[in-house]
Design a protein around this ligand. Sequence first.
Ligand SMILES: NC(=O)c1ccc[n+]([C@@H]2O[C@H](COP(=O)([O-])OP(=O)(O)OC[C@H]3O[C@@H](n4cnc5c(N)ncnc54)[C@H](OP(=O)(O)O)[C@@H]3O)[C@@H](O)[C@H]2O)c1
Length: 304
Amino acid sequence: MAPTTSQAVTAAASGTWRLGDLEVNRLGFGAMRLTQDGPAFAPGAAPSDRGRAIGVLRRAVELGVNHIDTAAFYFSPLRSANELINAALAPYPDDLVITTKVGPGRALSGEFLPHATPEQLRGQVEENLRQLGRDHLDVVNLRIVGTDSIAERFGALAELRREGLIRHLGLSNVRPGHLAEAQAIAPVVCVQNLYGLGATPEQEAFLRTCGEQGVAYVPFYSIAGTGREAGASGAEHPQVLAVARAHGVGAAEIRLAWTLHRGPHVLAIPGTGNPDHLAANVAAGALRLSAEDLAALDSVSGTD
Ligand SMILES: NC(=O)c1ccc[n+]([C@@H]2O[C@H](COP(=O)([O-])OP(=O)(O)OC[C@H]3O[C@@H](n4cnc5c(N)ncnc54)[C@H](OP(=O)(O)O)[C@@H]3O)[C@@H](O)[C@H]2O)c1
């Protein structure tokens, strides 16, 4: 059974993983939901309450979260995720690992732009440094759209790593061929891809490949599922609800716990602007699912 006092559970209960030389608790936090109420990237989105967002970040760290995922393109008209992180957490705790991502940026008016050139990638890295108030970035993921070669773009980030602006490199939204292509250029510490209950055989195979190579696999939308940018919505699958009831927790926690059971190299970065959801998600790192639970959850398909 799950612990009943979720406030007492910290992210340390999820175990640890090393991103290069940086150790993190497996249960982390994604900053995409902090900047607006409602769907991410929605034009004219209502800005989040700044004090509440800062409170969520500080509480996350108090609860042992030491891996935060962010991006300069996580902004709504009046809020920037990086600025909130800086305001809430600087001077940063020594053990805090901030992962950011670069690739297609967003215009100030909010639309996504095409892939960045190598020069623009440098500009994006510098933008993250300015906003976070740091001299180097712990982990930078090259986020891509499509299947094209990433050699030129990843090579540009490898150069910034050699210059000391970036400690470790990762990839996002990629396929196995991209991982191999990048690894021929520089070490890759993590792959951040869409993944959750009902994953396809291809997604499962990639997750396993990452584990075999010591590369962290960091799912996004593992709670939101098919709701994607809009967030968790719609009717929950009865099997998820049944397992959740048995553990005395919500469905989101079961979805999260399931990802953490996929291997020691799987890290969670659930996103929320809600302090109660934050505490519940941290507590999900302590959930232990039985073989029966896992068998029941395996019957959930990705389109449910
Ligand atoms: N690399 C990429 O392309 C990419 C794409 C998307 C996301 N990301 C990263 O991955 C992170 C995770 O993705 P995400 O934030 O979209 O999705 P998520 O963690 O799968 O789900 C977030 C949604 O679930 C809700 N939620 C969170 N915890 C809950 C709980 N305990 N109970 C009920 N509802 C809960 C949130 O609403 P509330 O705010 O109301 O809690 C929000 O609607 C992002 O924050 C971002 O850092 C990366």
